[in-house]
Structure formats: C-alpha cells, structure tokens
Design a binder for this molecule. Structure first.
Ligand SMILES: C[S@@+](CC[C@H](N)C(=O)[O-])C[C@H]1O[C@@H](n2cnc3c(N)ncnc32)[C@H](O)[C@@H]1O
Length: 240
C-alpha cells in the first residue's frame, strides 16, 4: 500500500443486532451480514467455489485474496480453515480485507460463539484483533498466513492499494443499501489490483453490478445461487 494519509478517526458504529432468525444484522445499513440460509455454507459456495478454490491456490506458492467488507470475518475463517486443512495449498496466503465499520472483539466473540467449527481459529483471530484505528493492521494468525485488516472506506483505500490479488471477494451489503461498495470506481480499482489470472466472486447478480464489472475488465457469469437466491456471480479478469 502506498502512503494513504488516513488520519485516525472514530468509525460509525455498525449497530450490530440480530433479526428474527438470529442472523447478524447491521442497524446502520438495515441488512443482514450473511444469508439467512447459513453463513458458513454461503461463504463456501459463493466465495470459495466461486473463485475456484482450493484448486487455484494449489498452483501458486503465494496466493492473495482481497475482500470488500470484513464484517464478521466469516469469509476469512472459511478461507483460513480450507487453506490450513489443504495439504496442497499455497505456502503463503495474504488476505486483505477492507472494513469501514470494524466490530469490537466482544461483538465478534458473540457472533463467533455460534460457529463451533471455527474454534480455535476464531479465538486466535480475536486474541490478535487490533484497535479500531484507520489504516492497515497486519495480523499473523499462523505461519504463512497474513491478514491485512484495512480499516477505512474502500472508496479511499482501494485507489492507493498497491497489490496484485489472485481472488476478489465482493461482499458489501446489498447494492441497494450499500451502493458505495458496488460502484464503477471501486471495480476499476479492483481491476488495477488484479493479477493477470485473477477471479472474483459475489452473491449479487444485479444488472448494474454486472455491467460495471464488465466495463472494468472482468468477464462475469452467473451460477446457481445459494439459499433462496437464484444466482451468484463469478468472474475472471481479462488482462488487457
Ligand atoms: C455483508 S457484510 C460483510 C460480511 C463479511 N464478508 C463476513 O465474512 O462476515 C458488508 C461489510 O461491508 C462493510 N462496508 C460497507 N461499506 C463499506 C465501505 N464503503 N468501505 C469498507 N467497508 C464497507 C460493512 O461495514 C460490512 O461489515
């Protein structure tokens, strides 16, 4: 990352709550953090399978994931568990995630308590959880794995990021409630950060999202969706 002059600031609180099904919910955005049909399963199907993982990290020594919206850290925990359990995985995994409204350790602990299958990984993550100050916090939850938590607005941070990502996780709240994470400018920044064979995945198949991703240089296609959703989206960067 080049010098991002992001002065320390207090972040707006995400106003974490739970809907009638017990699904974590942001009062600030009026939307759930993951599918009501199951968070871990959605993360596996939409983001891992959507980026052809674990297969794709097997062919690289060093693999880089870039996510818009760290939220509860569920996608990260799913990726970490799959990577460490895969004897043929890349030797190194760098996971960059941008988050404008970091949750507190207490809030994350409350949500993670429901996911036994991620213990003890979630405890390791929470022990290292940084203070909510803007900028990049580099965590090393285990040898070979770096989590770069980029606290701030993706619209400000992405243009100054200097990385080459192999896989993108597009996981803002719904484009109607969180339009600033699904703009042509955001997607152009992602394209600039794309390794030549980069892929992307998201659960949104909104027409304007597909059009803006295509204009930014990604070839996208729909696949059968998770839970109640008819489709999810996968894409591949078409290097110029
Ligand atoms: C659906 S949640 C992400 C869920 C997450 N990927 C997980 O695995 O738990 C969307 C996240 O995007 C964050 N967000 C919304 N607008 C943002 C912005 N402009 N920049 C960075 N993060 C943003 C929200 O605070 C929220 O945590």
């Amino acid at each position: 990352m080049k010098n991002a002059s992001t002065p320390p600031k207090a972040f707006d609180n995400a106003l974490l709550g739970f809907d009638e099904n017990g699904t974590p919910f942001s009062g600030l955005y009026g939307d759930v953090y993951h599918s009501i049909a199951g968070g871990p399963e959605q993360a596996e199907q939409v983001f891992l399978t959507g980026n052809s993982l674990p297969e794709r990290w097997r062919s690289k020594k060093h693999f880089v994931i870039l996510e818009t919206g760290f939220g509860l850290g569920l996608n990260f925990l799913v990726a970490w568990k799959a990577w460490r359990g895969d004897v043929r995985s890349s030797r190194e995994l760098d996971y960059f995630s941008i988050e404008k409204h970091p949750l507190t350790t207490g809030e994350l602990g409350r949500v993670h308590a429901a996911w036994q299958k991620f213990h003890p990984l979630s405890e390791i993550l929470l022990r290292q959880w940084p203070p909510a100050t803007s900028g990049i916090h580099r965590l090393e939850p285990e040898a070979g794995l770096a989590l770069h938590l980029c606290f701030g607005d993706a619209a400000a941070l992405l243009p100054v990021m200097d990385i080459k990502a192999d896989a993108f996780y597009l996981d803002g709240f719904s484009p109607s409630r969180n339009p600033e994470l699904w703009t042509p400018e955001i997607f152009r920044s992602l394209a600039r950060c794309a390794a030549p064979d980069a892929t992307l995945a998201t659960w949104s198949v909104a027409g304007h999202v597909r059009a803006a991703l295509t204009a930014a240089g990604f070839a996208v296609e729909k696949h059968p969706g998770f839970g109640g959703k008819r489709h999810r989206l996968s894409g591949r960067y078409r290097a110029a």
